[in-house]
Design a protein around this ligand. Sequence first.
Ligand code: PLP
Length: 383
Amino acid sequence: MTPSQAPDIKVPYSYLKEQFDDPEPILNAFRDQLERCDFTFGRELVEFEQKMAKYAGAKYAAGTSSGTMALTMLLRAVGVGPGDEVITVSQTFVATIGAIASIYARPFFVDVTDDYTMNPNLIEQAITEKTRAIMPVHYSGQPAQMEKIMEIADRHKLPVIEDACCAISAKINGKHVGTFGKGGAFSVHPLKNLNVWGDGGFIITDDKEVYDRIILLRNHGLKNRDEVELYGYNARLDTIQAIVGNYLYDQIDDITNKRIANAKNYDSGLSAPELSQFITLPPRRTGERHVYHMYMFLAEHRDTLLNYLIHREIEAKIHYPIPMHLQQASLEQTVPFGKTDLSRTEEQCKQIITLPVHQHLSKEQINYVITSIKEFYGNKLWK
Ligand SMILES: Cc1ncc(COP(=O)(O)O)c(C=O)c1O
């Protein structure tokens, strides 16, 4: 089949229209809240926090205005401040690094493994007398290698903040990500696996001191109406967003399982022998629950493949072509960053590609994507 004969199937990246095609239950809950007018710190926020703590198996959860603010406040809550180094990865969304830089701490980048998450074997050589925390990222929904990371962190008495913004419901041997370190940050931004109607996030922790600090930080550091204990932020999760989160709570496992099933279908289609010289799938380790916020792999001729897929009405994307240490903001920032060799990160950014994997895709759409990729390589369409 040539591209001009492509059937009229669209494989969209976003699924929000389908997901919220019956908004009545949410709108009714909004109306109920409107009667009470408890727009900040309403009872649905408390309900959301209790649900998320229980779901993840953590003692405490606190809603935040975004995943970025959840990360920023967790860093401050464990004592990271100006000039301190935080060991993290460059293979991530900007928010991981923005959170560190915004409190004038310094990112110290280590390279990743073939699963696009922090390589634990590189952490120790990055530790200096200025290191104050380690921040792995469960990138794309793939759990970072937490058991190894925690072993090193514990040995050096360093707190670990988990960037679990893409990884709600991800687990390692049954234990939720975000519960390994001192605290985990999650995002409920519209395109996350659990999503609200705008920005939002939350933290989980078992540490009462960290929790208390977050509660202060997210509300201007106010101890009570009149007394400020420390300077913080306006970084609360709105009650209306908590209403949406509560509505979707019952669907988390269903959403996640559908994404995992779609990813399995991609894995088996893209493991075809004729694709082996063109496509490298990341390793799938047993005992880990990857939740496929993004379905990613490395592709030869990536940019022409991307164009071809878009031409076929498949909304593939690149996350991300430029790693964080090579971004203008890193190169020009006044707070310098540290790094070890990042060649694997740089190589991955040249080849990485993301396919739509959301829960509203049909088997036919997944097959259409796989067929399109096979056609691209089979017919040498990059030439
Ligand atoms: C790895 C990672 N960290 C942090 C964030 C920030 O989350 P938010 O958009 O809710 O601020 C994101 C969002 O995409 C992310 O992917």
